[in-house]
Ligand binder design. Structure first.
Ligand code: 5AD
Ligand code: SF4
Length: 468
């Protein structure tokens, strides 16, 4: 099979790098080191995109600041997954009118998933006159060109044409953390869950070549990174478009077999494609963290069908049981949506019972948010908001009790953790399963894998002491 995914050509990427160099000189000629503020909403994929945005901006000569006030450039990287996040973006972009008034040279870009929604990008373009440019995720790699238009040509830059997406290899990155790195292995999603906007704004599934991913991971390990999280909307589909006979489990094996002391994580998995082979691979490689984020979304078969998820409750539970049989210490986390259109009280109770049956270590609970353009947004939704809120609160209470019990069970045990920083008078660290542990210790431990004995627990974190 031929590789189906379009790839941005090296010449096109070189052209962007040349424009970046031109912008750098433009600033140098003025004797100014410009600063940029990049603000990120939403998921890890967006965090990873923002690291590329910073990489490109650094090429263009920019330094960085956390504050929009006084910045020469503000980039707002948006999230479209729920309405609440979208509203916050409109509020915050609106407020930039004032920062721009105080610093008239300030340029403002809005990008990310919201800019992949035509009606939203049109609203941004038409109603927010202080915004200089917008671009969807498909047009990120052309940022030097957008910036050139705005900064040098004094024009607006609108880059939101729809596309199935392509792969741009070798973009520069400025990583925010010196120990933990995100590595995208694929982009886009083909699943079209009926509630989800992602496939519309991020295009079709497309995988990076294993050799490119391995080279990036090798580099990260050599630079001292201790944790690598492989990212994709649906990592289990990795490789299907490449035709190389390499699936996600094979890729994990190849990375886990790289020399060095590091921990490998991945997200997100779709239960439809999560294979036994993937669990077998995890069990066979100690460098692969025993944490599995496996969103179930609903515990009811009718709702799962309406959501277009292509698995049922029994299949989901079978996967959980298989993973636990193989690795009794595996940590499962998940996403769930309450109040999907037409969800009845009994159907909601199936979700509660699934949570009680699986006993996740952590759960991300969302109230259904209609996304214009998705099939679910057209479904009748008679359940009142108050009722949905009640269901949400009930799920939270059930899960919090489970999380606390699960955390209590750690007390007295010794766990291996990666020490990742300091919060006040305690060091912070994560277990292989992703649980947060706080304990007293020296800054010299940051960046090391050590053993910690757990002495106490709360719903959210563990307290420990360094094991001598
Ligand atoms: N409403 C509420 N939650 C949603 N998610 C995705 N789309 C929606 C929506 N329209 C949740 C899913 C997904 C997580 C990233 O966000 O649970 O797994
Ligand atoms: Fe959205 Fe479903 Fe794709 Fe996840 S798998 S990004 S929920 S469409």
């Amino acid at each position: 099979m031929e590789r189906k995914t379009p790839v941005i050509s090296p010449e096109d990427l070189r052209r962007q790098a040349e424009i970046a160099q031109y912008i750098r000189e433009f600033w140098q000629n003025q004797g100014v080191t410009p600063v940029a503020c990049v603000e990120t909403y939403g998921c890890q994929q967006n965090e990873a995109d923002s690291e590329q945005i910073r990489g490109i901006l650094e090429q263009c000569g920019y330094g960085f600041t956390d504050a929009a006030e006084g910045a020469d450039l503000v980039v707002i990287n948006t999230c479209a997954i729920r309405e609440h996040a979208a509203q916050r973006v409109f509020g915050n972009v609106g407020a930039l009118v004032h920062t721009k008034r105080r610093h008239p040279g300030q340029k403002i870009f809005v990008c990310g998933c919201m800019m992949g929604q035509p009606e939203i990008s049109a609203r941004m373009k038409n109603s927010y006159a202080h915004v200089d440019g917008i671009f969807s995720p498909h047009h990120l790699w052309q940022l030097p060109e957008h910036l050139y238009r705005v900064l040098i040509r004094h024009k607006k830059a609108w880059a939101v044409e729809d596309s199935n997406g392509a792969i741009a290899e070798g973009l520069p990155v400025v990583r925010t953390n010196a120990l933990k790195a995100w590595v995208s292995v694929m982009y886009g999603c083909n699943n079209f869950c009926s509630y989800c906007i992602v496939p519309y704004v991020r295009g079709r599934e497309r995988s990076r070549l294993p050799a490119d991913i391995l080279a990036e991971c090798r580099d990260l390990i050599a630079t001292g990174y201790r944790e690598i999280t492989l990212l994709g909307q649906n990592v289990n589909s990795y490789g299907k478009d490449l035709g190389l006979g390499v699936d996600f489990a094979d890729l994990l094996t190849q990375i886990a077999d790289l020399p060095g002391d590091f921990l490998l994580r991945f997200m997100t998995s779709h239960p439809r494609d999560a294979s036994h082979k993937l669990f077998d691979t995890m069990a066979s490689r100690p460098k692969i963290a025993r944490q599995f984020h496996l969103p179930f979304q609903s515990g009811n078969d009718r709702i799962l069908k309406e959501m277009n998820r292509h698995y049922d409750r029994a299949q989901y539970l079978e996967l959980i049981d298989y993973g636990r049989k193989l690795m009794p210490d595996i940590v499962f986390t998940s996403d769930v949506i309450v109040g999907f259109p037409g969800e009845t009280e009994e159907e909601f109770e199936d979700t509660v019972s699934l949570i009680e049956r699986v006993r996740f270590d952590a759960l991300f609970t969302f109230i259904y948010s209609p996304r214009p353009g998705t099939p679910a947004a057209k479904m009748p939704d008679p359940t009142p908001k108050e009722e949905k809120n009640r269901r949400f609160d009930r799920l939270l209470a059930v899960q919090n009790a489970i999380s606390e019990e699960k955390h209590r069970a750690y007390v007295g045990k010794t766990v291996r953790v990666l020490v990742d920083g300091r919060d006040g008078d305690r060091l912070t660290a994560r277990t292989g399963g992703g649980r947060l542990v706080r304990f007293e210790g020296d800054d010299g431990l940051i960046g090391k894998f050590i053993d910690v004995t757990v002495t106490d627990a709360t719903t959210w974190s563990l307290v420990g002491a360094v094991t001598m």
